[in-house]
Design a protein around this ligand. Structure first.
Ligand SMILES: C[S@@+](CC[C@H](N)C(=O)[O-])C[C@H]1O[C@@H](n2cnc3c(N)ncnc32)[C@H](O)[C@@H]1O
Length: 259
């Protein structure tokens, strides 16, 4: 069970709309699936730019009581690793502001923090705007006493000046910022399904992977199955060709005929 923590609204910035959608769906089914520990909030909502091209890219977890360590541990699990690029921690009862000018006015009324502040904003352009508008504040990305999180959610501006301890500081792994190799991306999909179904640590007998190249699924299955038959006319990634893997370099139709 997770350590009880001050209630927060946590905003996750994920790499793609489909990831936001899946996280929210898993959250709805959290009592049946194996994706969340306790303390991950009572609601998960997809938010973001809502354009035809991009769709939402933020997930708002409302009422989170899990500690930063628990949340960071969850983001490092195989199915989540690399999905999240930023995380913001907000006070659930704070009133949002209508415009970024209102946000700046509010911050100008705030006592100037004695230590440098780290800025984390969504969209990123807000960071420059606030740095310029708060000349008396000192900002530093690494040496700081508190973190100012400002996030635009559906046209309203939310902010929280958090102590280091409550700031849910998150450094995304390199793969969150770069494109994965095709093999790793495919593997993660299967990892996610097995996690959701609570089957990640189970062992199985024979698996037949049809259309297996370059081998993301095959490498995942090879760790859990006694034997894997990988059927694909294309070349497999050598990392997937473990001892218990047989690569049948043929198309499924051809296999049927030559039996
Ligand atoms: C998207 S890739 C599969 C990725 C793979 N699941 C992984 O984890 O790396 C689709 C593969 O299906 C193979 N394929 C398409 N038609 C096939 C057929 N009739 N029989 C076997 N493989 C086929 C293609 O050669 C291609 O490598």
């Amino acid at each position: 069970m997770s350590e009880a923590h001050l209630e927060r609204d946590i905003v996750l910035k994920l790499g793609h709309q489909s990831q936001c959608f899946r996280i929210c769906e898993y959250h709805k089914l959290r009592n049946q699936l194996h994706m969340f520990e306790e303390g991950f909030g009572h609601t998960a909502v997809e938010l973001g730019p809502h354009t035809n091209k991009l769709g939402p890219e933020l997930v708002l977890l409302k009422g989170v009581t899990a500690s930063p360590d628990v949340l960071l541990g969850w983001l490092a699990t195989p199915h989540m690793r690399g999905m999240c690029t930023r995380m913001y921690s907000l006070h659930p009862d704070a009133h949002p502001l209508q415009t970024k000018e209102d946000l700046l006015k509010e911050l100008l009324c705030h006592p100037v923090p004695s230590d440098p502040v780290r800025l984390q904003c969504h969209p990123r352009s807000l960071e420059e705007y606030l740095q310029d508008g708060l000349p008396k504040w000192s900002f530093h990305p690494r040496h700081f006493g508190s973190v100012l999180h400002c996030v635009e959610l559906d046209g309203l501006y939310h902010f929280a000046l958090n102590s280091k301890r409550d700031s849910y500081l998150y450094a995304p792994p390199k793969e969150a910022l770069a494109r994965h190799a095709a093999c790793c991306r495919a593997r993660k999909k299967l990892e996610e399904v097995f996690t959701a179904l609570g089957m990640l640590t189970q062992q199985f007998g024979l698996a037949i992977d049809i259309g297996a190249a370059p081998g993301g699924w095959t490498s995942f299955l090879a760790e859990r199955c006694t034997r894997v038959l990988a059927v694909d006319p294309a070349e497999m990634n050598s990392a997937a060709l473990r001892k218990n893997v047989t690569h049948l370099r043929s198309s499924l139709v051809a296999c049927k005929h030559c039996e």
